[in-house]
Design a protein around this ligand. Sequence first.
Ligand code: SAM
Length: 301
Amino acid sequence: MFSYRHGFHAGNHADVLKHLVLIAVLRHLTSKPTAITVVDTHAGAGLYRLDSDFAGTSGEAQDGILKLLASPLAAEPPPLLADYLEVVASFNPKGKTKIYPGSPFVTESVLRQEPRDRLWVFELHPTDSKALATHIDQLEDKRQVGLRREDGFEGLRALLPPPSRRGLVLIDPSYEIKNDYGRVTACLQESLKKFATGTYMIWYPVIPRPEAHELPRRLKTLATQAGKPWLHATLNIGQDPERAPTHTPGEKVQRPGLTASGVFLVNPPHTLKAQLQELLPQLVEVLGRGRGQGHVVESGG
Ligand code: SAM
């Protein structure tokens, strides 16, 4: 527990997928006059320096946001991508990308003062929750965001249903412990009973582990049994030929790093599927590195 630090991964391909979908969902929810409530059960540190020791060591943003920004697609982005790139740019000086916003700040940048939208963020890591508290403290309207240094799966219970009966729950664990997969499913099942009309967004890594493989299947079954529409999208950038695992006896085996991730949504915006069907092939074209690259967009319910 607590060996995961999002700073190593900030701005990677998985963040690109997650945050652009997050913005699309928030735009949809804030297009109506009613105030919304957003709960981010696994928030991270909130803001990340791309030139820090963390990000510099992993270099993951190089294969994510930074590669995307250097591509021709960034010059003429489709609306969904344009919105995401504008949000990232709003945290940076013109023409430079030094800061990458995590989900609490991506969300906060879209929320409205009038009507008064609300954001609850949970973070358990002692260092990251402290950093998050400092970043929230610097916000102009910090009262809009409530930070709890507690278990997000547990804490969510007390917040549902939100008074506005309109909102989003983002569940983005680090899956450091196998238990997280089961907790995600249990959390969604319980939450849907309390707040059936809410939008839910779950991120997960596409990795060769039975629990990860099973998760989208379980979530589809759960949403279908609850009679709720769902949307599932994955982005796979393929294996970097230079970092592919080597199998020569005696040679050091290199880890290829995360190549793919997925987002699963319950009660998604109805326009999102078509937008992702247009955008994801373009993202694969730009971020793809080789064997295995591709995407999935599917829906049901
Ligand atoms: N949502 C963030 C973003 O998109 O910028 C990234 C979050 S990161 C994948 C997962 C975070 O959850 C880590 O910072 C980790 O310390 C924290 N965490 C792990 N287990 C937790 C739990 N049960 N409750 C709250 N936070 C947890």
